[in-house]
Design a protein around this ligand. Structure first.
Ligand code: UT7
Length: 326
């Protein structure tokens, strides 16, 4: 028994902010953003939209496309760094909105690798018969932790959500073949939102401080990303007895176009095998891989039987890779 992605779904907030829009209030340029990141636009939530609203719509999209009743769902896993609130878990708001009354749900935070960590949990549940049908959702409202005047971060991130529906399969020729996860706690300062939290609970001082915004040492992070993504991808391919030559399509965390192109070149993958959606979605942390996967699935870039390599890199630091026979 193994797990298989049977459908994907997504939701992007209606409001779009272009690089040109940002030029009007941030010291930046369309040219810099495009050349250094590949981003052209990002979606931004409306005032009354929270992470669970996006997650719910993405999940409903996947369930509708798969023609599966929410009551058939056994578990809902939401990967996010921007939960609706500290308690309860965002997954429970999603459960309530869906009417998925037979499910158990919870959130995980592994930053930009959160979706991959969620996928590994879902796969383990399915293999060990704890759950059969599982929704793994990556959902983020990163704009809730952005300081717009800080150009090193404000141009990078966007909001959005996407979901995969996993089910059990007995067919050995399809599904999740392998997954590898890593983290390194020596680099927690590379990407951090220092407060509020139990170390520095919410206070007037925190509310006025810039410490409630995301801080990123982008250049240092960039330098580690390509090496780690290549290494973990080789590791999981080794595990399942494959090489980069067996890969039909690679779907990476969309942090920077240059990172993905460099990984693609080093892996010897032709350009058409590297899915790039950062131009349309920007960096949406845990939502970025499922958003790119959903885009590739809907646009016929992934065919039944394809070997799909997923990989991620994020704060601070987490990285992972997985291989799926679609
Ligand atoms: O998703 C989680 C993991 N995150 C990542 O993997 C992020 C990886 N890092 C990156 O994608 C890139 O490092 C960034 C896109 C964040 C930054 O690109 P970079 O090429 O590393 O730029 P930099 O930070 O080295 O800055 C180069 C120059 C600096 O100017 P000087 O000192 O050379 O005059 C910056 O002040 O670019 C300037 N700069 C900007 N200029 C216009 C930095 N941000 C901007 C901006 N607009 N938004």
């Amino acid at each position: 028994m193994r797990s298989k992605i049977v459908e994907t779904g997504s939701y992007l907030p209606e409001k779009i902010l272009t690089n040109k829009d940002l030029e009007k209030f941030v010291d930046t340029s369309d040219e810099w953003i495009t050349q250094r990141t590949g981003i052209k636009v990002r979606h931004i939530v409306a005032k009354d939209e929270a992470t669970s609203d996006l997650a719910y719509k993405a999940a409903l999209d996947a369930l509708t496309r798969a023609d599966v009743d929410p009551k058939e769902i056994d578990s809902i896993i939401v990967a996010t760094v921007a939960p609706d609130m500290p308690l309860p878990a965002t997954a429970l708001f999603v459960q309530e909105k869906l009417g998925a009354t037979n499910a158990f749900g919870f959130d995980i935070n592994a930053a930009c690798s959160g979706f991959m960590y969620g996928l590994s949990i879902a796969d383990s549940y399915i293999r060990s018969n704890i759950a059969k049908k599982v929704l793994v959702i990556g959902a983020e409202v990163l704009t809730s932790m952005i300081e717009w005047q800080e150009r090193s971060t404000s141009v990078i991130f966007g909001d959005g959500a996407a979901c995969v529906l996993l089910d059990a399969t007995e067919n050995e020729n399809e599904g999740m073949l392998g997954i590898k996860l890593h983290s390194d706690g020596r680099y927690t300062d590379l990407m951090i939102v220092p407060a509020p939290g139990s170390r520095r609970p919410c206070s007037e001082e925190v509310a006025k401080s810039k410490d409630r915004y995301v801080k990123m040492k982008g250049n240092e992070t960039f330098k580690m990303a390509v090496r780690h993504i290549i290494d973990v991808s080789k590791e999981v391919l080794d595990d399942v007895g494959m090489t980069f030559e067996d890969i039909d399509i690679m779907v990476s965390h969309q942090a920077n176009r240059r990172i993905m192109e460099s990984v693609g070149r080093r892996a010897g993958l032709s350009e058409d095998k590297v899915v790039i959606t950062i131009d349309k979605h920007a960096n949406t942390a845990a939502a970025s891989i499922p958003l790119a996967l959903d885009w590739a699935n809907r646009n016929g870039k992934i065919k039944k039987g394809d070997v799909v390599l997923l990989n991620s890199f994020g704060a601070s630091l987490t990285w992972s890779a997985g291989v799926i026979k679609w």
